[in-house]
Design a protein around this ligand. Structure first.
Ligand code: HEM
Length: 406
C-alpha cells in the first residue's frame, strides 16, 4: 500500500490533442498506463486524486465511503459555476444515501423501459420532421441547431411540461451557467433558471397536466414528502441534464460517423436492431462526452488501486478514460460497432448516481442513427474536420457546429 503524497504535476483538466478530437487528453491516457491513481491541481488551487483505470473507477463509484456532497471539506468542485450552487442545490446529484434513493424513487417511473417505449413513437416522428426540415433548408446545414439541440429539447420539454417556445430562454441560461467564468455570472444565470422553474411549478400547481413536474408537485410536494425548494433544484437539473448532454452526444456521434470510413454505410445497411443498439453503445464508450469526471470526497480512509486515499481528500473518477482501458476494451482507441462488451461502458456513470435519463438518452441516439443515414445516404461534412471547434471547458465535451451537405 502506498501512503506517501505523490507530487502534483499539472492543472486539471489537461488539454486535448485536437488533431485527434475524439480522444481524451494524452496526459490522462499516460497516467492510466503509468500512474493510475495520481494527483492533480484544480482550478481553485486544491489538489485531488485522479482515478483513471476501469476497475479502480468502478470501485470508487460503487463504494458509499465516497460522498457526492459538495458541502464536505475537500470536495473537488468542477468550477466557479458549480461552486456557486453549493448548499443551494439539494437534488439527487449532490446528496448521499439514504436521502438520494428516496428522492430518486420519486422519479424513476418516468424513466423506465415501459415509459421510454411509450415516448419512442413521438421521438421517431420528431426525428423524421427534423430531417424533413433539414432537407428543405439551403445547404450547408448545421446539424447542431437543426437536430442535435432541437430533438432533446423537444423531448425534455414534453417530459417536464415546459412550453417549447421558451427554449431560447433556458438554452441561453443553461449555457451561461456552464460557461461562467465568475461566481456572479453563474449566480445570475442560475437565478434566472430558478425563477423559470418556480413559475413552472406555480403553473403546474394550479393546472396540472400529464408531465413529471405536475406529478412531483401533486404527489410529493403538496402531501409534504418533498420541499418545494428541492423541486426547483430537481427541475433545473432535469431541464439542463436532459437537453445539453444528449445534444452534445448527438452532435459528436454524428460527426464521428461522418469522418469514420464505412461507419455510415454500416448504419445504413444493417437492419438488425441489436446491431444498432451495440453501435450506439460503442459511440457512448468511445466518445465519453461527460468528460470532467465523477466528483467524490472520501468520508474515511480508503485504499484505491494500492493507494491510500485519506478521509477529506477529493477524488475525480475519469469515466471517459476508464472506457479506453485496454484491459477491458482491447484496441480501445478504435471504434468498433460490433465490439462484444461495449455495453460495459461508464458513459452514464456507475453505482447509485448512475444517470436517471440513460434509457431515454439511448433511445434518442438510437432513433437518430436509425434514420439519418438511411434518409440522407449521401450526407457528408461540408467543411474540413480541422476547421471545427470543440468545447472543452464544460462538463460536456461538444462540437459547436457541424455543417453538412448531401
Ligand atoms: C447523452 C446523454 C447523457 C449522458 C452521457 C449522461 C451522463 C450522466 C452521468 C455520467 C451521470 C453520473 C453523475 C455522477 O456519477 O456523478 C448522470 C447523472 C444524471 N443524469 Fe444523465 N446523462 C445523459 C442524459 C440525461 C437525461 C436525458 C436526463 C434526464 C432527462 C439525465 C438526468 C440525469 C440525472 C438526474 C442524474 C443524477 C443521477 C443521480 O445522481 O442519481 N441525464 N448522467
Amino acid at each position: 500500500m502506498k501512503t506517501a503524497q505523490k507530487p502534483v504535476l499539472d492543472l486539471f483538466p489537461p488539454p486535448r490533442d485536437l488533431r485527434h478530437p475524439f480522444d481524451p487528453p494524452p496526459e490522462l491516457m499516460r497516467r492510466q498506463k503509468e500512474e493510475p491513481v495520481s494527483r492533480m491541481r484544480l482550478w481553485n488551487g486544491m489538489e485531488a486524486w485522479l482515478v483513471t483505470r476501469y476497475a479502480d473507477g468502478r470501485f470508487v463509484l460503487l463504494d458509499e465511503r465516497f460522498s457526492v456532497d459538495p458541502r464536505r471539506p475537500g470536495f473537488p468542485e468542477k468550477n466557479v459555476a458549480y461552486e456557486s450552487t453549493i448548499g443551494k442545490d439539494r437534488n439527487i446529484r449532490v446528496i448521499d444515501n439514504p436521502e438520494h434513493d428516496i428522492q430518486k424513487r420519486m422519479m424513476v417511473a418516468d424513466f423506465t423501459v415501459k415509459r421510454v417505449n411509450e415516448i419512442k413513437p413521438y421521438v421517431e416522428t420528431l426525428v423524421d420532421k427534423l430531417i424533413d426540415n433539414m432537407l428543405n433548408q439551403t445547404k450547408p446545414v448545421d446539424i447542431i441547431p437543426s437536430l442535435a439541440m432541437a430533438l432533446p429539447t423537444m423531448v425534455i420539454c414534453e417530459l417536464l411540461g415546459v412550453p417549447y417556445d421558451q427554449r431560447d430562454f433556458f438554452w441561453i441560461r443553461a449555457k451561461a451557467v456552464l460557461a461562467a467564468k465568475t461566481a456572479s455570472d453563474a449566480i445570475a444565470a442560475g437565478d434566472d433558471l430558478n425563477t423559470f422553474i418556480e413559475e413552472l411549478i406555480e403553473t403546474k400547481t394550479k393546472s396540472p397536466s400529464n408531465d413529471l413536474i405536475s406529478r412531483l408537485v401533486h404527489e410529493q410536494v403538496i402531501p409534504g414528502h418533498l420541499e418545494r425548494e428541492i423541486l426547483v433544484s430537481i427541475g433545473r437539473l432535469l431541464l439542463v441534464a436532459g437537453h445539453d448532454t444528449t445534444a452534445g452526444m448527438i452532435g459528436l456521434s454524428t460527426l464521428l460517423v461522418l469522418v469514420t470510413p464505412g461507419a455510415a454505410d454500416e448504419l445504413r445497411d444493417n437492419t438488425d436492431p441489436e446491431f444498432l443498439r451495440n453501435a450506439v453503445e460503442e459511440m457512448f464508450r468511445y466518445l465519453g462526452t461527460i468528460h470532467a469526471g465523477r466528483r467524490r470526497v472520501a468520508k474515511e480512509d480508503v485504499i484505491v488501486g494500492g493507494q491510500l486515499i485519506r478521509a477529506g481528500e477529493g477524488v475525480i473518477v475519469l469515466n471517459n478514460v476508464m472506457d479506453r482501458d485496454e484491459t477491458v476494451f482491447p484496441n480501445a482507441g478504435k471504434v468498433d460497432f460490433r465490439r462484444p462488451n461495449t455495453r460495459a461502458n461508464n458513459a452514464f456513470g456507475f453505482g447509485i448516481h448512475q444517470c436517471l435519463g440513460q434509457l431515454l438518452a439511448r433511445m434518442e441516439l438510437q432513433t437518430v442513427h436509425s434514420k439519418v443515414w438511411k434518409r440522407i445516404p449521401t450526407l457528408r461534412l461540408a467543411v474540413p474536420l480541422e476547421t471545427l471547434h470543440f468545447w472543452e471547458e464544460g462538463s460536456n465535451y461538444e462540437v459547436t457546429s457541424v455543417p453538412v451537405t448531401w
